[in-house]
Design a protein around this ligand. Structure first.
Ligand code: FAD
Ligand code: 2HG
Ligand code: ZN
Length: 474
């Protein structure tokens, strides 16, 4: 065993070190099975001081560090390279909720706490932590903050960046920055916190966070709606904002193709509507005001609104959940999109955004561009239409293997991204850059943007040991 690994063992103990191939394997590959890397060791510190000591050792020995949380990322940011002197630093043992301040609406947690645990802890105290995504049972808050994750409630509460007040970070030199402030206002110089949020582990390691909490909703209405087109979906959402008295918390668009994959691959999934339709919207309104006896609640208001929308031909058919079980079943149809596409076969993902009102035009042009790039491919556009964020995914023609499909990757993604940029949009709305989109970032961001990013990276991490080769090359 090398002396480097033995020094790691002195810091984190046997419990915090994985060196055998079988044990390391799950940490060396990504959720999408796109990458398989190597690492000298997987290191699992139990406390911030241990993280700092590991980073100091790596800095002295010039070993690179790949931080990892739940390893659910979509762009390979948490996976080590195929060759090189790297360790994976997993935060999964740092999984304690440290404090909940019910009066001050905040919670302090370690970086490795699973998102679902945070949601449940908040709920037990009659509070809400609104970050919500299909990977919530396995992703960690450190990963969420490092990717500035989005999810299904961004249009109301904002993305991860908006849900955090303070951070503790271990710098690439192994120093501990304690920025665990529960302050709503703090204009004391440059915002260091914002620098680390969304940095994908390239500038430092997030070890703790102070999160913002909200009042827990007391009245929720959820509907599964067939709409004639993406244009109708956008119009429906626009009207819903006032009809709901600004209580729209989710608005997700899906195509028939995506729903068909869920029905095919996910046991227990059921189409709530009798007839097939081309497009669907999952709309959710929620309010902190409880339903009152004898008064209309959100469900009745939503029913009235959808009735009016039907008369305007914005809605073809709809089902409103009558209880939580039904609402969960609607959500399962949406949340299982990613899993069912993985089971269906190879896919190329495009996590793009344009302004909400441009979604319909983008959809028409984008679908045509994809089909031109590879006739016979199976587009699966879906996602957070209320944020202008589509998962403009492209599945391989039926029966194709990954290698055959990937030969068309550049043509397909180039066509989609060129169009996105023409619309003033973004080539990564919520999943980040990781390793997958490093070249695309270099191509689509301006020289001054790239220079500024590189200047920051070089200043904070002059040895380039913090997740090198991810986000931006220096
Ligand atoms: P990891 O995958 O472990 O890491 C992600 C990145 O963060 C890597 O670059 C890693 O190096 C870095 N990192 C991790 N922890 C730290 C830390 N403590 N300090 C510094 N850097 C760190 N994403 C969305 O935005 N919206 C969605 O709706 C969504 N839905 C998903 C659904 C499914 C089924 C799956 C599989 C993924 C989905 N994702 C979604 C992507 C993914 O869940 C998010 O990116 C999530 O935030 C990653 O968290 P993680 O703990 O798994 O991070
Ligand atoms: C979602 O919104 C995730 O479900 C994953 O961001 C999207 O599978 C995808 O492309
Ligand atoms: Zn998403």
């Amino acid at each position: 065993m090398s002396s480097f690994v033995e020094k790691l063992r002195t810091i984190v103990g046997d419990k915090g070190l994985i060196v055998d191939d079988q044990g390391k394997h799950p940490y060396l590959t990504d959720w999408r099975d796109n990458y398989l890397g190597t690492a000298l060791a997987v290191v699992r510190p139990a406390a911030t001081e241990e993280v700092a000591a590991v980073v100091k050792l790596c800095a002295a020995e010039k070993v690179a560090i790949v931080p990892q949380g739940g390893n659910t990322g979509m762009v390979g940011g948490g996976t080590p390279h195929e060759a090189g002197r790297e360790i994976v630093l997993s935060l999964n043992r740092m999984n304690r909720v440290l404090d909940i301040d019910v009066i001050g609406y905040s919670m302090t947690v370690e970086a490795g706490v699973i998102l679902k645990t945070i949601q449940e802890t908040a709920a037990q105290h009659d509070r809400l932590f609104p970050l919500s995504l299909a990977a919530e049972g396995s992703c960690t808050i450190g990963g969420n903050l490092s990717t500035n994750a989005g999810g299904v409630q961004v249009l109301h509460y904002g993305n991860a960046r908006q849900l955090v007040m303070g951070l503790e970070v271990v710098t690439p030199q192994g120093e501990i920055w304690n920025g665990l402030r529960a302050l709503k206002k703090d204009n004391t110089g440059y915002d260091l916190r914002d620098l680390y949020l969304g940095a994908e582990g390239t500038l430092g390691i997030i070890t703790k966070a102070v999160l913002k909490l909200w009042p827990k909703p007391k009245d929720v209405a959820t509907s599964w709606i067939a709409v004639p087109s993406p244009e109708a979906a956008v119009e429906l959402l626009s009207g819903a904002n006032s009809a709901s008295e600004d209580n729209v918390t989710s608005c997700e668009l899906m195509s028939r193709q995506g729903v068909d994959f869920v029905l095919k691959h996910i046991t227990g999934a059921v189409d709530p509507l009798a007839e097939r339709h081309d497009w669907y919207v999952l709309l959710e309104w929620s309010s902190t005001r409880a339903r009152r006896e004898g008064q209309d609640g959100l469900r009745e208001k939503m029913e009235a609104y959808l009735g009016e929308a039907m008369e305007k031909d914005l809605v073809l058919d709809a089902a409103i959940a009558q209880n939580e079980t039904q609402a969960r079943a609607f959500w399962a149809l949406r949340e299982n999109h990613t899993e069912s596409q993985k089971r269906e076969g190879p896919s190329i993902k495009h996590d793009i955004s344009v302004s909400v009102s441009k979604i319909p035009a983008f959809m028409t042009e984008g679908l045509a561009a994809m089909n031109r790039a590879l006739p016979g491919c199976r587009p699966v556009p879906f996602g957070h239409v209320g944020d202008g964020n589509l998962h403009f995914n492209c599945m391989a023609p039926a029966g194709w293997d990954k290698a055959r499909f990937m030969a068309h990757h550049e043509a397909i993604s180039g066509a989609v991204y060129d169009l996105v940029v023409g619309y003033g949009g973004s080539i990564s709305a919520e999943h980040g850059i990781g390793r997958l989109k490093v070249d695309e970032l270099a191509h689509y961001r301006t020289r001054i943007e790239l220079d500024t990013m590189r200047t920051l990276k070089r200043a904070l991490d002059p040895q380039n040991i913090m997740n090198p080769g991810k986000v931006v090359r220096v």
